[in-house]
Design a protein around this ligand. Structure first.
Ligand code: FES
Length: 574
């Protein structure tokens, strides 16, 4: 049922007035070949498309935009496709994280500066999902997220392969001589065999599933494989739904509550999701002016076990998850701990989704009393090495390292790591703690996924496959290992990580949620007095702006000037 009239549509400011400017707007729409009656008085729907030739995960999004358009027309809307920054995770350097905030700014300003009444957000590859959504939350007009969908399972020599997770495994196998150079080249063409996002529980599937659980996609949309015809129909249904949302003025601020975010966090933990989601969820909550902290995430991680048997925490992939019932089936498992009154883009509640949810594979989506791993999806650590927090993913870490004391082997930055990690003269044992500095939001800049530091070749040859590693960097959700990440404050701003030296004893205690360096306060103060901050990589352009304004990982790595606060307001039209 419509609750708004045509005259209340935002786009009418551009098209309906009896002045020269409105004449020009109508004239330019007709320049595109549209007849006046095809667009006048209709909700204008932006299809924000992050397709590009450099983003293979989004290779199908031009087709999906067409599916959205046809449904928007059929529902009585006027669809317009607007290209937005395409952040192909693998190709963009130094890291897509540097550009997540830029995408969010672009989305907000595209929506603000054009005559748009509602938006369909097309994306999925890692930073694209949070970037699109952060901008949409800040603009706060009706918006629906249309996830790119996971790619099909990889296959090689009879084995099922997961993107990212197996890349790291076979890289270590190649370096230790377990597979040949020919095998390695063969793997290039077998691991990612269709369009769509990574089929492991990387950041893409973590974030699209969280957004789904928060009610901002069509229910269950995030699990549909990109190559399935159902994915095209889902895109079309998004087009129909957004027109209804515009008439109902169902914007994000009318859907999202703290309960929505906590539901999203519970799904994050049950998925064994990427540690990156801790940053993105907090950034999204801050855009929506909703309280959410690392401590909230830690509390939920202690309550919700890993139930989705997906790599790297489990041993299966997103395609199997879909056949098992997908996200609705996982939500059904979690029903006792969810707030089922949380809203969604349909104008209903989570309980409506649960009414049709069913699980078809108990190994794939486990019951609460039979989790995939002993360890939780997240542990938030604090201590004198991480005063405002650091994170670790116990479900993808080695249990024998969960309480560990070892001596630091310190790398001052990533080039230093690359130069020395395989040096035969490096003094290191399996008990050592690898420490990487200057890889955080400001220091790198952009906090690249350098946190799964490589195991030194000489230890790999002895069969060592995991070590305690600590950094202010991030780690791909597809990777595994005992990696303490997001150490805050980061070393480049003088966090205690900056003061660690070779040979210092470091103690990790996951159960106690502690991370400490066993150096007394007086000595740390002496080192601090001698410390000088690293020179910024550049003062120029967007990277310079980023370094000046990015917040720390525990606060979401957003720009402080984009968080919450009053809406920016509508543009003048003269
Ligand atoms: Fe795009 Fe993994 S590279 S989702």
């Amino acid at each position: 049922m419509a609750s708004r009239t045509v005259n209340e549509l935002r786009s009418q400011r551009w098209f309906a007035a009896a002045d020269m400017r409105a004449f020009a707007h109508r004239q330019r729409a007709q320049q595109m070949g549209l007849r006046r009656e095809e667009f006048m008085g209709k909700p204008v729907i932006a299809i924000l498309n992050t397709w590009s030739d450099m983003s293979p995960c989004h290779a199908h999004l031009r087709d999906r935009a067409e599916a959205v358009k046809r449904a928007v027309w059929a529902a009585g809307g006027y669809p317009v496709e607007l290209p937005a920054l395409s952040l192909g995770e693998v190709m963009v350097k130094p890291t897509t994280m540097l550009y997540r905030n830029l995408l969010s700014i672009e989305v907000e300003e595209l929506l603000r500066s054009h005559p748009i009444d509602g938006a369909v957000l097309l994306g999925g590859c890692d930073k694209t999902a949070p970037g699109l959504l952060m901008g949409a939350l800040s603009m706060d007009i009706p918006a629906i997220f249309c996830p790119a969908g996971p790619m099909l399972n990889g296959r090689w020599k009879g084995q099922v392969l997961g993107a990212g997770t197996h890349t790291r495994k076979y890289w270590d196998d190649l370096r230790s001589g377990k597979i040949s150079q020919e095998d390695w080249i063969d793997l290039e063409s077998r691991m990612t065999r269709s369009h769509g996002t990574c089929n492991t529980m990387g950041t893409a599937s973590t974030m699209t599933s969280i957004i789904d659980a928060m009610g901002l996609t069509l229910p269950g949309a995030s699990s549909i494989p990109a190559a399935d015809s159902g994915h095209i129909r889902m895109a079309s249904a998004c087009g129909e739904q957004i027109v209804e949302m515009v008439w109902a003025d169902r914007k994000p601020s009318r859907i999202l509550t703290r309960a929505s975010f906590l539901n999203g966090a519970r799904v994050y933990m049950a998925l064994g999701g990427s540690t990156n989601a801790a940053i993105h969820l907090i950034a999204l909550a801050r855009r929506a002016d909703i309280e959410l902290s690392l401590d909230d995430l830690d509390t939920i991680a202690r309550e919700v076990p890993v139930l989705a048997n997906i790599r790297p925490s489990g041993d299966r992939l997103m395609e199997d998850f879909y056949y098992a019932g997908g996200l609705p089936a996982l939500l059904k498992r979690l029903e006792p701990v969810l707030d089922v009154e949380a809203g969604n883009v349909l104008g209903g509640t989570l309980s409506d989704t649960l009414a049709f949810a069913e699980c078809y594979d108990d190994d794939m989506i486990r019951p609460m009393d039979r989790p995939v791993t002993e360890g939780a999806a997240l542990a938030v650590l604090k201590g004198n090495l991480a005063p405002t927090g650091a994170v670790l993913k116990p479900s993808a870490a080695s249990p024998h390292l969960s309480r560990h004391t070892g001596r630091a082997v310190v790398f001052e930055n990533y080039p230093d790591l690359v130069a020395r990690i395989d040096d035969p003269a490096l003094e290191i044992t399996p008990d050592s703690v690898l420490v990487l500095k200057n890889a955080g939001p400001k220091g790198a800049p952009g906090m690249p996924e350098w946190g799964a530091l490589p195991i030194p070749k000489k230890l790999l040859a002895k069969g060592v496959r995991d070590m305690l590693r600590i950094s202010d960097a991030r780690m791909s959700g597809t990777h595994y290992g005992t990696c303490v990440l997001h150490v805050s404050p980061e070393s480049a701003v003088g966090g205690p990580l900056a003061l660690v030296r070779d040979g210092d004893e470091i103690i990790l205690d996951v159960e106690a949620r502690r991370l400490d360096v066993l150096v007394d306060d007086a000595e740390l103060e002496r080192r601090r007095a001698a410390w000088t901050p690293p020179e910024p990589k550049t003062r120029r352009g967007y990277t310079g702006l980023y370094q000046d304004h990015v917040t720390q990982a525990d606060q979401g790595c957003d720009f402080a000037f984009l968080e919450g606060g009053p809406a920016q307001g509508e543009p003048d039209i003269f």
